[in-house]
Design a protein around this ligand. Structure first.
Ligand SMILES: [Cu+2]
Length: 282
């Protein structure tokens, strides 16, 4: 009787495996995702608002399924060995140590899998680090421990610079600054990133954007935000004592709101290089 009950319990237990697997995969993809900021118990990425962020998310989901398939395959092999080649079923074990066909297969198949993974990976890198014709440029400088932003002089305006320090009184906690980087929606924004002291990293999860800020070096990446809103990021390279207190805020607004902000900013913030553009200042 007890044997029967054990078998029944195990069978019932086995039934839950696919459900656990399905719910795990579901959790990875469909768990609460924040818009422009993280949310409690978030398991996945924030809602992507650029094509690049969407591509990263899809690539990640694909990799999860691939990992799941490989894990299940290996688990199946282990279980097969345990049940098929246990002492009871297989009392006299074979003594061979090599099998050329299997060895060739387990070398070539993983290589092919890695190459298949590398292709979309390199494609993503090429898009991210490409140099499309920009609608605007913002220069970002990392300092211990705040960010400063420079809007070069263009026909639309600019020629000013401001610092963005953490505002610890505002929510979401540790993700708000006193001044925000403002950009127009749907425009290609080239961000040139450097640092004044130690290495930082300017990162915006919703844009799929992260690039190191290295002293003496100008790194560049770009984004094109498809939705208006306020987006929060953080310094993503350990830079010292107040690394966790130098958040990044980008406000994506309409063309009209951006033009108005440019006008206000010109009077509110300090001029860079007497309003000269980067090219002139050089
Ligand atoms: Cu930093």
């Amino acid at each position: 009787m007890r044997g029967m009950r054990t078998v029944r319990t195990i069978t019932r237990g086995l039934w839950t495996i696919p459900f656990i697997g399905a719910s795990l995969a579901g959790t990875l993809q469909a768990s609460a995702a924040g818009f422009g900021q993280p949310v409690p118990w978030e398991m996945s990425r924030q809602i992507p608002v650029t094509e690049n962020a969407r591509d990263i998310l899809n690539f990640e989901i694909g990799l999860h399924w691939l990992s799941l398939a490989i894990s299940l395959f290996v688990l199946g092999l282990i279980l097969w060995c345990i049940f098929r080649f246990g002492e009871k079923r297989n009392p006299s074990p074979s003594r061979f140590t090599h099998n050329t066909a299997i060895e060739v297969a387990w070398t070539i198949v993983p290589v092919l899998i890695l190459v298949a993974v590398a292709i979309p990976s390199f494609r993503l890198l090429r898009t991210q680090l490409g140099d499309p014709k920009a609608d605007m440029i913002v220069k970002v400088i990392g300092h211990a421990w705040y960010w400063s932003y420079e809007y070069p002089q263009t026909e639309q305006g600019g020629g000013f610079t401001f610092d963005a320090n953490i505002d610890e009184d505002k929510q979401p906690r540790l993700l708000q600054t006193d001044n925000e980087m403002v950009v127009p929606v749907g425009k290609i924004v080239k961000v040139q990133v450097t640092a004044a002291d130690v290495i930082h990293s300017w990162a915006m999860p919703a844009f799929g954007f992260k690039i190191d800020a290295v002293p003496g070096r100008l790194n560049q990446m770009w984004f094109r935000a498809e939705k208006e809103g306020t987006f929060h990021g953080q310094c993503s390279e350990l830079c010292g004592q107040r690394h966790a207190y130098m958040p990044i805020v980008v406000r994506v607004v309409s063309d009209q709101a951006y033009a108005e902000w440019l006008k206000d900013a010109k009077t509110k913030y300090a001029a860079i290089d007497n309003g000269k553009s980067f090219a002139e200042a050089r």
